[in-house]
Structures are given as structure tokens and as C-alpha cells.
Ligand binder design. Structure first.
Ligand SMILES: Cc1cc2nc3c(=O)[nH]c(=O)nc-3n(C[C@H](O)[C@H](O)[C@H](O)COP(=O)(O)O)c2cc1C
Length: 351
């Protein structure tokens, strides 16, 4: 892998993800189809509202986590350190960006390991989720994949699925043959939970069920509604190139986060141990409340967090506080003391 090409790609991703033109258009974001029932006769104090959540079978203070973004290049260590410090302050989980660089044998791999050493030294209590793409899972020995969990001392390993991104990426590797078997094998041999996520295109009901049956611990739906990797890779490609043109055709490709969550909630009715998380286009605490009412146990945010951090570390904390404050308002005004009670307040318009 060309190191300069890798660095440039990561910088492009950050720059283009921050450009609102590469967010899914609001017409595909179905949050307006989900409502929570207002409770006029609230019989509790705002101070009693609790965000306490059960994630990966552990009690947590909040359902929020920062969704995987970046790792393994010149500016990622600084970004990840800021994210980690904020996560520890707020007791949020943090997904790390793809650890692909650590699988190679060059100097960047060593640099990537140092990134986690630096973070662990300064923020020892950080709860990290390791991350790698499914095409790397298929093409590397399982021991190498396990080392990604060790290097980050992670609570779980996320495998990301990103067919649209890889097929439209100029240097992409759209090689996904044997992904089902590779995921099944990983679930059998990894000591920490395996989380499967999309990257903005969501899941069908059949695929959610397939993955559950393979032994996956959690599915983070990461659906259509926010950052769109088809648009980002199209914008990176040369004007008028095949990738650049096709990305416009596929600019609304994907299954919305809302639809993915509805299907997940249908599966949950028969499979009580099925755990699913919500991400993809969560812009505020009210979106988060709706996702939790749809049965998600955790809620992930990527681009809005990066956007806040671009301004300052203080602004990042303001954004995190705002997300939690808005979620609490949704709970309070629905008359709910906690997230479990929110499930009875769901109103769905037909979609
Ligand atoms: C700059 C950037 C880099 C990303 N890199 C990764 C990655 O390495 N691995 C991954 O699983 N997801 C990655 N994602 C996808 C996010 O985790 C998330 O699934 C997606 O952006 C949708 O969430 P959002 O709408 O809140 O941005 C990245 C997102 C951003 C914004």
C-alpha cells in the first residue's frame, strides 16, 4: 500500500465528510416519520431523568458513543486523543477508525501502535472499540485481526461493511467474497464481542437476522441519513470519471437508519438477546430518543462530533452535552424517567 496515497485519502475523507454536500439529503432521512408522544401531565422532576443504559451487558451512564472515524495517519493521533479525552469525561464509548494500517508491515504500522500507546498513557480509562473492514478480515489471518483488539485494549471489535464505498473508491478493494464465513469464524474465536456495522447504508431485515444467527453480538445499523460514502468517494474521483458520475446516481443509495431500526425491532420480538445500536444521521438528542424508542441500546454519532471538534475541544464537549440534554428533554416531556419507559411512547407514521 502506498503510504502517501493512504495519508491523502484519510485527509480527503475528513475534509469531504465535513462538507454538508456529502450528507444524505433530508428527504431520505426518515426521522420525521417517528414521533414520541408528548405527556402533558408529567409527574417527575427533570433532575430524576436518567440516561442509564445497558450496553454490551454492562451498566453505562449514557447510551451515546462516538462512531468510528479515523486512525493511522499523521493527524489522526491528535484527533483521537481529543475524542478520547472527551469520551472519558462523558463516559462515552469511542469507536476507533479503521486499523487497517496496523495490518501492514511498514513504518506506518508502528506509528499506528504508538497512536494507541499515546492515548492509553494520557487517557487510561478510555473505553475503545477496535475497528477493521470486512475485506481486511477476509484477507488476513485471524491472529492478525485479534492483535487489533490487543493494541487498543478494546472492549469489542467492530467489523465495518462498506460495499458502496469500496466500489466507488478510486483505490477501493470491493472484494467481499467469503465475508459470511469470515464473520462466523471470527465470532467463534474472538474473546471480546463482535460488532458489525455499516457505514451509512443500513441493513435489511434478512441480513440483520443472518448476522444474528452467525453469532454476532451487536449490529450497529449505521443507516442512510447522514454521512454518505458514495458521495464522498464520488467527490474524490476525477470530475467526469466513472466513479464521479456513478456516485450521483447512487447518492441516495441505502436503507435508512429508521427503517433498519424498525426491522431490528421486529426481530427483537422473537430474539430477546438481539442487541442493536443506532447510528447514521443522528444529528441531535431528539433523533437519539427516537432511535432508543425503536429499541436501540446505544446511539452513535460521527460527523457532527468531528464538526464540533474542528472548532475546538470545548465545542466538542458542548455538542456532547447538548446531545444528552436534548435526549433528557425528550424523556422528560414524554413523562419518562428512563430510556426503558420511552419504548411505550413511540408513534410511527407509515413509511
Ligand atoms: C471522517 C470519517 C471517517 C470514517 N471512517 C470510518 C472507519 O474507519 N471505520 C468505520 O467503521 N466507519 C467510519 N466512518 C463511518 C462512521 O462511523 C459512521 O458509520 C457514518 O459516518 C455515519 O454516521 P454519521 O452520519 O453520524 O456521520 C467514518 C466517518 C467519518 C465522518
Amino acid at each position: 500500500m502506498d503510504i502517501n496515497q493512504f495519508q491523502n485519502r484519510k485527509q480527503d475523507h475528513i475534509r469531504l465528510a465535513l462538507d454538508e454536500a456529502n450528507q444524505a439529503s433530508v428527504e431520505f432521512n426518515q426521522w420525521s416519520k417517528v414521533n414520541l408522544l408528548h405527556e402533558a401531565l408529567v409527574d417527575l422532576n427533570f433532575s430524576e431523568v436518567s440516561l442509564s443504559s445497558t450496553i454490551l451487558n454492562q451498566k453505562e451512564k449514557t447510551p451515546f458513543f462516538i462512531s468510528s472515524m479515523t486512525a493511522g495517519h499523521d493527524s489522526s493521533a491528535k484527533i483521537n486523543l481529543s475524542l478520547a479525552k472527551a469520551c472519558v469525561k462523558k463516559s462515552w464509548f469511542m469507536g476507533v477508525g479503521s486499523q487497517r494500517k496496523e495490518l501492514s508491515d511498514n513504518s506506518l504500522a508502528k506509528k499506528s501502535f504508538k497512536e494507541w500507546e499515546l492515548i492509553r498513557a494520557q487517557v487510561p480509562d478510555i473505553k475503545l472499540l477496535a475497528n477493521i473492514g470486512v475485506s481486511q478480515l477476509i484477507s488476513h489471518p485471524i491472529e492478525k485481526i485479534k492483535s487489533l483488539v490487543t493494541s487498543t485494549n478494546a472492549k469489542a471489535l467492530i467489523i465495518h461493511l462498506n460495499s458502496l464505498q469500496e466500489v466507488l473508491q478510486i483505490e477501493g478493494t470491493p472484494e467481499f467474497k467469503n465475508s459470511t464465513k469470515a464473520i462466523e469464524n471470527l465470532c467463534k474465536s474472538l474473546k471480546v464481542p463482535v460488532i458489525i456495522k455499516e457505514t451509512g447504508c443500513g441493513f435489511s431485515k434478512k441480513t440483520l437476522l443472518n448476522l444474528y444467527n452467525l453469532g454476532v453480538s451487536v449490529i450497529d445499523v449505521a443507516g442512510l441519513g447522514g454521512t454518505h460514502w458514495g458521495l464522498i468517494e464520488g467527490a474524490r474521483a476525477k470530475q467526469g470519471s466513472l466513479q464521479n458520475q456513478a456516485s450521483q446516481t447512487f447518492g441516495s443509495w441505502g436503507i435508512s437508519t429508521v427503517q433498519s431500526l424498525i426491522w431490528a425491532s421486529e426481530i427483537k420480538k422473537n430474539k430477546k438477546s438481539f442487541e442493536y445500536w443506532a447510528s447514521g444521521g443522528i444529528k441531535n438528542g431528539l433523533d437519539a430518543a427516537k432511535a432508543l424508542a425503536l429499541g436501540a441500546t446505544a446511539v452513535g454519532v460521527a460527523q457532527p462530533i468531528l464538526k464540533a471538534l474542528q472548532i475546538s475541544e470545548e465545542q466538542l464537549l458542548v455538542k456532547m452535552n447538548l446531545l444528552e440534554y436534548e435526549l433528557k428533554i425528550a424523556l422528560f416531556c414524554s413523562g419518562c424517567k428512563n430510556i426503558i419507559e420511552l419504548k411505550d411512547k413511540l408513534l410511527l407514521k407509515s413509511i
